[in-house]
Write a protein that binds this ligand. Structure first.
Ligand SMILES: [Zn+2]
Length: 243
């Protein structure tokens, strides 16, 4: 029985490696559960300063000591996964890491992206496999734009990337982050490998060039411009300001 499982998993794993040159599928270790991205595993020493709102499809987490006391503190991947984005997206985002996770729920293989934003430091690279609880960066301020905090999101929709303005900020595209984690602390599938689709963001497409100053703009569905938002780029500074 165990030998049989071993060969199945080996084939899945090798299949994943072979698929890499094609660019669209990779093998990833299935997440055996999820933990909080700060104060691992239970967010000890942190509190949620801003929750999921119609204009803020994620959560902000701060150290209980307040101010910039959490600047430089570690940010961890919520589960096993594959880094799909790791760079300075400028604008309201700053340094961003996105990890794609495969997990098994109700007998089905599912995928989500976890996003970690405003990081002071990025400690992984795109294309890297990461483990549950592995440090991916440190808490930052996005060049002094905010008091230090972690903004994180969990997306059902694997096409969002840093192009958030093109997608509805609701539960068709997102999970409520801490609720998602609380309900999935322990999952089946430990030790298994699954095939996931990658290179799904606009920024992954051949020829994509970041506009001067950063990301969230080209090809986005433009909303009606208000005076505060006029200009060439959709800036999510106003969506995601401060705490
Ligand atoms: Zn935020």
């Amino acid at each position: 029985m165990r030998r049989w499982l071993f060969w199945i998993f080996l084939m899945l794993f090798v299949g994943g490696l072979v698929a890499v040159p094609g660019g669209n599928r990779v093998g990833v270790r299935v997440a055996d559960g999820f933990d909080m991205p700060v104060g691992k595993p239970n967010a000890d020493g942190y509190y949620m300063s801003r929750g999921f709102l119609s204009y803020h499809p994620g959560e902000d987490w701060n150290g209980v000591a307040g101010g910039n006391s959490d600047l430089g503190a570690p940010v961890y991947s919520i589960g096993n996964g594959y880094v799909t984005f790791a760079m300075d997206a400028r604008m309201g985002w700053g340094n961003v890491v996105i990890v794609r996770h495969a997990f098994v729920e109700a007998g089905q293989l599912k995928t989500v992206d976890s996003m970690y934003a405003h990081l002071n430091q990025i400690m992984v690279r795109k294309g890297q496999q990461v483990s549950r609880g592995q440090q991916v960066g440190t808490i930052g301020t996005n060049r002094g734009m905010y008091t230090a905090h972690l903004h994180y999101e969990i997306r059902k929709n694997l096409f969002i990337g840093i192009n958030r303005s093109a997608f509805a900020k609701d539960f068709t595209n997102y999970y409520r982050p801490s609720q998602f984690i609380a309900q999935r602390r322990s999952l089946p599938g430990a030790g298994q490998t699954a095939q996931i689709v990658v290179n799904t963001y606009k920024t992954d497409q051949p020829g994509f060039v970041f506009p001067p100053g950063g990301g969230d703009s080209r090809g986005a569905v433009k909303k009606k411009a208000s005076p505060a938002r006029s200009g060439n780029f959709r800036v999510n500074r106003f969506d995601d300001v401060g705490y």
